[in-house]
Design a binder for this molecule. Sequence first.
Ligand code: TYD
Ligand code: MG
Length: 451
Amino acid sequence: MAKTRTIYSCQSCGHTSHKWLGKCPDCGGWNSFVEEKVVEEKKSGRVRDNVESPQPISRLVMAEEDRVKTGIAELDRVLGGGLVPGSAVLIGGDPGIGKSTLLLQATGMLAESGVKVLYVTGEESMRQIRLRGERLKALSDGLLVYSETSVERIIDAIKEIKPGAIVIDSIQAVYTEAFESSPGSVSQIRESAARLIAHAKSFGAPVFLVGHVTKDGAIAGPKVLEHMVDTVLYFEGERGHAFRILRAVKNRYGSVMEIGVFEMKDKGLVEVSNPSEIFLAERPRDSSGSAVVSSLEGTRTILVEVQSLVCPTLFGMPRRTVVGVDYNKVILLAAVLEKKAGIALANHDIFIKVAGGMRLDEPAIDLGVLASMTSNFLDKPIDPSTVIFGEVGLAGEVRAISQVEPRVREASKLGFQRCILPKDNLKGLKKPGDMKLDGVSNIKEAIEKFF
Ligand code: TYD
Ligand code: MG
């Protein structure tokens, strides 16, 4: 008979212990240990199925992975050029952001192209999925929907169906009989994910796991879940905004710089293949505080508008409220402006926002953010046909950045007539059409060129 054993595990990091502890020795969390019962199965030694001996790296044969295209180009782009057979992809995001929608759309297309897909839902009924499938036009016979939460039964289904792709929506909703704790607890998530991934890998089928996020935005459950999978994607967007951005934070098969942009419409997610156009569409002309910056996201350059409001502080402490840009970057740029250009922002509130719900964290946006603050402070609009990029150093110098040519090309493509960029980047730069290139070497020079 199977024996039951009691362990205590930390609900925030997954650390286990034989006795209850008030403070987790691993992550330092207080009162996070919960009693869990483990059903021990008799194991007859370790199974070693594919025994391989160590080999010299030069002699390893490189198998050209044949990636499967999901049919959604933005998703393929973030995955690094398509789905790798046998890979495990974890998708996290706020509730209602569109994780299930994206996966149903993608698997609908996969099924359409002849891949058999098993879509396991632990949260919604089959009827709900069918209704959504009707809206998304994802009604293919190859898409099998299964409403189940037991990992053992899901694995039985995988063995029977032998699908070419698997979706588990969500990993927090499933449970394995090896643990008596409730679904969603750390040991359940860890064990369920490990079993499902191992089975999917043995069939060479890619598996998508949907992960809930905690209130601070991290994927709920043990950190080890992110280590177990090959790719971790976050689906994000602002509430009330139709734009959704799919971002990779870990990818064993591609770059993590790549983003996918979607728009949520009544018939599901629509790919946005040229995000700049949409992000710039509602830009106010001749309004102070608005600057267009260029940000490199993977293989694509995206032009985005940064907006600032700089107004005198009414109460003692000046406020700095920043959406879409790093908070510390703004504090730093304000200090540089004050010391090196004599623009005194110390007793001003600063509000900064990036249009379209984008999040920018490239050094090349420094000069644009600085331009936007300066413009609003001086109440002078920046010429709307100018794009600004460059890194700003603490001495007020404008430093060269990488990949200037694609940025200039994108600006030219969208009808911009002038770029303000680091002087050092001008060397050997090809000028597309009649684009005017204004090189600057410090912020004082730059401020003169802004207006
Ligand atoms: P959903 O995929 O259920 O989110 P998640 O799985 O991340 O929790 O997304 C549901 C949201 O998307 C819901 O607010 C309605 C909206 N939606 C549309 O606007 N159009 C559509 O065609 C679909 C299917 C959903
Ligand atoms: Mg869902």
